[in-house]
Ligand binder design. Structure first.
Ligand SMILES: CC(=O)c1csc(NC(=O)C2C[NH2+]C2)n1
Length: 130
């Protein structure tokens, strides 16, 4: 009902604020847009489920997320994919792995610090009812 739509609207506002904050952070530039599969043809053979911050922003606007848990699942795809695609000891791989770990820690800290537990439980109950 209307109260549910009000709740989901507030969730989208929160998720946009998190995603836009991350997109402005220079450390996360490599994660802002999809990997260009024409420039990096082997990427899709290594990474089955590509994800990036612009895609998450689009999914928010398409009302794809009813809970923060679903949003965090996609955020976790971004840094997990980067760790998997960049396993080597060379400096370039190490730099992007460091940034992937920073993205993981930043997302989880923001959710812990800024997502109200009761609000989250209301979203989870809406999810379960659908
Ligand atoms: C988004 C992502 O994971 C990504 C973008 S470029 C890249 N890796 C490289 O450019 C090379 C360093 N070793 C391969 N990984």
């Amino acid at each position: 009902e209307e109260q549910e739509e009000d709740t989901l609207r507030e969730l989208r506002l929160f998720l946009r604020s998190v995603t836009e904050r991350l997109s402005r952070d220079r450390r996360f530039k490599a994660f802002t847009k999809p990997v260009d599969l024409e420039e990096v043809p082997d990427y899709i053979t290594v990474i089955q489920h590509p994800m990036d911050l612009s895609t998450i922003l689009s999914k928010i606007d398409l009302h794809k997320y009813v809970t923060a848990r679903e949003f965090v699942y996609d955020m976790d795809l971004i840094w997990k994919n980067a760790l998997e695609y960049n396993p080597d000891s060379d400096p370039a791989d190490r730099q992007i792995r460091h940034r992937a770990c920073a993205l993981k820690d930043t997302v989880h800290a923001i959710i812990r610090d800024e997502l109200d537990e009761d609000f989250n439980r209301i979203c989870e109950r809406i999810r379960d009812s659908r």
